[in-house]
Design a binder for this molecule. Structure first.
Ligand SMILES: [Zn+2]
Length: 311
């Protein structure tokens, strides 16, 4: 089966910068060698800054990581395109920029606009603990006043908000802020808490909030979010997929592999091994249409609808 891929989350920009490697060929989960088999490949590439940096130093690191990625020969020679709107259907590789953990706004509202002007289109406001934005999944805190202001601003610019890593209260507030502006909310890399009850996964209520707002959900491959165990196999994705389908998410379910940010199920060594997931789903009598939707079409339809603003 010919596969295209539109993946909602990776930390490859962080790893490329940290190890001074390039996109064409490297020892990471994502390289152009590893993605060559996908007809069209669109990756939401998150800029994540390590928690040992202060918020302000994190902002500087984001600027450096972005610069490093844009100076990658694959980007400068045009093999890979950094895009700010949904790219057309064609062969090739496109990157959409995101920031994971927007504590790096450091209480400065103008950084939301700066991030937008620097091409960032997806924001994951939280990661861990309590920050200038609000409480993450490991806390009971909601958004701060600044967090609400920053998210309202981002929504008004047309950016996509992501509740992965948010606390229950923060996520609820993000849903309300987005609903007020008739904008969708995504969970870029989270699974079903009914199948694997960890705070990083989504409750049934949250899944329905996302679906009602027209959002999408990216399945995370991290073994600890698949089942309560250090290791997992791709078979452990099946109960999550089936749960989401039962909840009516067949047109919202996508992949958000957390590539280069987490360990992978045992059969997967890099993003190219995702074809094993397609084979597994076929062997379980899932249709080719469902697989194409999961791998590409659902995220693509979403991006076409909500990420086509001109810039
Ligand atoms: Zn993450």
């Amino acid at each position: 089966m010919d596969l295209s891929l539109f993946d909602l989350h990776c930390d490859t920009a962080f790893e490329l910068f940290a190890t001074k490697q390039r996109l064409a060929s490297n020892n990471l989960h994502i390289s152009l060698e590893n993605t060559a088999k996908f007809k069209q490949y669109i990756q939401v590439m998150a800029f994540f800054t390590s928690p040992d940096l202060t918020d302000n130093a994190g902002w500087d690191r984001f600027l450096k990581m972005r610069k490093y990625l844009l100076a990658d020969p694959a980007v400068t020679f045009g093999t890979v395109e950094a895009v700010t709107t949904c790219p057309p259907r064609k062969k090739g590789v496109s990157l959409l920029f995101a920031i994971e953990d927007t504590r790096i706004f450091s209480g400065q509202i103008d950084r939301v606009t700066q991030a937008f002007l620097l091409g960032v289109r997806v924001l994951t406001p939280l990661w861990a603990g309590e920050t200038c934005m609000g409480g993450a999944h490991d806390t009971d805190a909601g958004l701060t006043d600044f967090g609400r202001q920053a998210i309202t601003k981002a929504l008004s610019l047309g950016m996509i908000l992501d509740v992965s890593h948010a606390s229950v209260r923060s996520a609820e507030e993000i849903f309300s802020l987005a609903a007020a502006q008739k904008r969708p909310v995504i969970a870029s890399h989270s699974n079903a808490a009914d199948v694997c009850p960890v705070s990083r996964n989504l409750s049934r209520t949250q899944i329905h909030r996302i679906l009602d707002l027209g959002g999408i959900i990216g399945l995370n491959l991290y073994p600890r979010f698949l089942k309560k165990s250090k290791s997992a196999s791709i078979n452990d994705l099946l109960p999550h997929i089936e749960f989401f389908l039962e909840e009516g998410a067949e047109h919202a379910l996508c992949l958000g592999g957390d590539w280069d940010g987490a360990t992978l199920p045992e059969e997967l060594h890099s993003i190219q091994d995702l074809s094993k997931l397609a084979d597994l789903l076929l062997s379980k009598n899932h249709s080719e249409t469902l697989i194409q939707n999961l791998f590409f079409e659902n995220a693509y339809s979403f991006a076409k609808k909500y990420m086509t603003f001109l810039f």
